[in-house]
Design a protein around this ligand. Structure first.
Ligand code: JHZ
Length: 396
């Protein structure tokens, strides 16, 4: 049932920023498949979770103002709409969401102990564990009733979806609500943002595939919100099918209709996406090659997991870049996986004497442009690959 549609080449682990220049690195082939029956898009190679999500995981959810605001807004909405007695977050990272709640009303689950430590230190109950049935049983015994489960950018990272959803089913109360939030496959295809695929992202969900997965567990989507975060995400509001007190909103049908209109239910659309990706790669390489020929100084902005996919797929290395800048403390003075480009802790001075900035964090374009108005005013230019590879010389 799984049909191959795109090969993104050999890719290192996207968040494996090493501290030394390493000429040889372990890479894994990144191939994308579409399941004709379930409509689920996934990668072929599954890397053991422990190799990726451990006590050195560098990604911090609260590193951008945009994400902080998004989590604050959602927290207020959750309180207003559902007023949960107890909220459980799967993949609580550094606490960008849970720290907006009363400590007695929230539990975090976070397998990367360096991140779990941050919320524990602030006094939030955090289980330093992977999400699985064993933990679900433990939580059920201890808390009895959990009426809201939230998970953002986490479930797409767990290979065994059967285990994920049966564990959720185990702990969620009968009238409880599950909210999940992940990059939208529709937006990813529309924008040719093939960089949403890396070894951590085992799946990129569509409403079509989520709906199919949920059926098996007696869950159904009752509302969907399109978000601008992470280049376009979907927030799915889910309930148990037996709970008839919550009505299903029109947004669900609308999203499914939009996805079908765009062809997310058929293989040919993914083959088209594969062709657009190859074209995008060629155009991006052309841009970089021309700028390099004219001896322009280029840096990367945002040492993202997405950028790892681009650099390794397009074979852009330290011949093209001076360095990458990033605000994340744990990425500083390390190297971009697979391509040995140094990452420096962001500081405005690092933008001086630079001609071009490649937007590794293109999903935060607005926030970055606001911060770097001076760079643009002084003649600096940005390079992006979404929705099409191009040079940007003005805000918006
Ligand atoms: P960002 C991560 O992907 C990994 P990445 C993960 N697998 C996932 O699923 C997604 O997130 C959701 C920096 N930055 O969010 C901070 C600046 O330096 O696009 C971050 O390192 N200056 C969990 O890595 C990076 O950019 C800034 O002004 O693709 C953004 O990473 C801003 C705004 C960000 O996720």
């Amino acid at each position: 049932m799984n049909k191959f549609f795109l090969d993104l080449g050999k890719q290192p682990l996207a968040n494996n920023y090493h501290s030394k220049f390493k000429p040889q690195q372990i890479k894994y082939r990144l191939k994308l498949y579409f399941n004709i029956k379930t409509k689920l898009v996934s990668i072929s190679k599954r890397i053991p979770s422990k190799k990726m999500f451990n006590n050195e995981y560098p990604y911090r959810s609260s590193m951008s103002k945009t994400m902080q605001k998004s989590f604050q807004k959602l927290s207020a909405e959750i309180k207003r709409m559902f007023n949960p007695r107890l909220l459980l977050e799967i993949g609580s990272n550094d606490g960008a969401l849970i720290t907006n709640f009363d400590k007695k009303k929230v539990i975090g689950v976070e397998p990367c102990s360096n991140l779990a430590k941050i919320t524990k230190k602030k006094g939030y109950v955090t289980y330093d564990s992977y999400w699985n049935l064993k933990l679900a049983k433990k939580l059920k015994n201890k808390y009895k009733k959990i009426d809201l489960i939230y998970s953002a950018n986490t479930l797409t990272h767990i290979s065994n979806l059967n285990d994920v959803f049966s564990s959720i089913k185990k702990v969620l109360s009968e009238d409880g609500v599950l909210i999940i939030e992940d990059p939208s496959l529709l937006e990813c295809i529309k924008k040719t943002s093939y960089d949403q695929f890396y070894n951590e992202h085992i799946y990129v969900f569509s409403a079509l595939s989520v709906q199919n997965i949920l059926k098996k567990f007696g869950f159904e989507i009752f509302d969907i919100k399109n978000l601008s975060t992470h280049g376009g995400s979907l927030r799915y509001f889910i309930k148990k099918k037996n709970n008839k007190n919550i009505k299903i909103k029109k947004s669900v049908k609308k999203q499914i209709k939009d996805e079908i209109k765009f062809g997310l239910h058929k293989l040919s659309s993914y083959k088209k996406f594969a062709l657009s990706t190859i074209y995008s790669k060629k155009k991006l390489i052309d841009i970089f090659s021309q700028l390099k020929l004219s001896q322009k100084k280029i840096i990367g902005y945002g040492a993202t997991a997405k950028a790892t996919t681009i650099l390794n797929f397009c074979n852009l290395d330290n011949n093209f870049f001076e360095y990458f800048v990033d605000t994340t403390p744990d990425k500083a003075n390390k190297f971009m996986p697979g391509k040995n480009i140094r990452i420096l802790r962001y500081n405005k001075k690092l933008l001086k004497k630079i001609d071009y900035i490649f937007l590794g964090a293109w999903n935060f374009k607005k926030e970055i442009f606001n911060k770097e108005k001076k760079f643009l005013k002084s003649g600096g230019r940005f390079i992006t690959h979404v929705p099409k590879p191009r040079i940007i010389n003005k805000i918006n």
